[in-house]
Design a protein around this ligand. Structure first.
Ligand code: NAP
Length: 283
């Protein structure tokens, strides 16, 4: 379907954003359902997020996905934030409801569906070792805290960030143990890796052109599973090394798919054509 004067506009705000697979995924879904809509990528520098958010209203953009580095900083400029996104402290989906901007977080549901489907894993009663303390890590932590996870260890290259994240979640969730671990302390890392049921990378380490981890993977509990949120490249060093050590391991494409499907359904109130979206991601 061609773009017309009446075409609805959706898109993504990120910086950088040219690597994004979301336009392929959502435009395939719009075309398949015959919706008069188009999805484009907007490169928004960090200082421009307030202005860009105002433009959603001014230009009548129907919906926007939010990615690095805006998931937390956009929140003050929205009219309403869903309870889950508020608890998570990050928004990845904005819906323009007749000029009222609503924030949601579909990374949480996307992560849960991905670990269930790819790894046959759910948080209840389990121990998570989480690498990274940014926007995506918040979604993983939320998914664990809201679904009866037992213990979470968090490590970030900036330990103060991990401590801040842990403190925020400890204040809201009292039945889960949340501790931070220094990436500098190999002994403690080895001990905590031995306790983990799932290791999740929610840092950019392993992305094209970004360095990989210096972590004691061999200390990981033999039955632990590994989920790497990075989806480009699809086979990171973490995934390859984990599989070589005999762990069930999966990359971030399935989470990308399901967070996108959930956003699509919030915007259009149509059932997302998941198989078409999957194909567009190059599965
Ligand atoms: P972010 O907000 O920048 O947070 C990443 C955090 O990890 C930052 O605190 C960063 O520190 C830290 N970090 C960087 N390298 C590290 C390392 N080697 N070890 C430990 N911590 C490290 O980014 P994000 O939005 O959370 O995204 C993180 C990753 O998840 C990206 O690769 C993104 O593409 C992926 N992601 C995937 C999905 C999906 O659907 N599969 C969804 C969301 C995000 P600095 O600030 O100092 O760099």
């Amino acid at each position: 379907m061609g773009v017309k004067a009446t075409t609805n506009i959706y898109g993504i705000f990120g910086h950088p954003v040219k690597h994004s697979l979301s336009p392929d995924m959502h435009n395939s879904a719009f075309n398949t359902l015959g919706l008069n809509s188009v999805y484009v990528a907007f490169d928004i520098a960090p200082d421009n997020i307030e202005e860009a958010t105002r433009a959603i209203r001014v230009m009548g953009i129907k919906g926007i996905n939010i990615t690095i580095p805006h998931k937390q900083t956009i929140i003050p400029f929205l009219d309403e934030v869903s309870p889950d996104a508020k608890l998570t402290g990050a928004v990845n989906t904005v819906k323009n409801d007749n000029g009222k901007l609503w924030g949601f977080n579909t990374d949480v549901g996307g992560f849960l569906r991905a670990i269930r489907e790819d790894l046959d894993f759910s948080p209840a009663g389990n121990t998570l070792f989480l690498i990274g303390a940014g926007g995506a890590a918040r979604a993983v932590l939320s998914a664990f805290c809201m679904n009866d996870g037992a213990v979470v260890y968090i490590a970030d290259i900036i330990q103060a960030k991990a401590i801040e994240l842990a403190n925020q979640f400890k204040a809201n969730f009292h039945n889960i143990t949340i501790e931070t671990v220094s990436l500098e302390d190999q002994n403690i890392l080895e001990q905590k890796f031995g306790e983990a049921d799932i290791l999740v990378n929610a840092s950019p380490a392993g992305m094209d052109g970004v360095g990989s981890h210096d972590i004691p993977l061999a200390s990981l509990n033999k039955n632990a599973v590994v989920y790497d949120l990075v989806y480009k490249p699809p086979n990171t060093k973490l995934l390859n090394d984990s599989k070589e050590l005999g762990h069930k391991a999966s990359g971030g494409l399935t989470m990308l798919l399901y967070q996108g499907a959930e956003s699509f359904e919030i915007w259009t109130v149509e059932r997302a054509p998941v198989e078409i979206m999957k194909k567009a991601l190059g599965y």
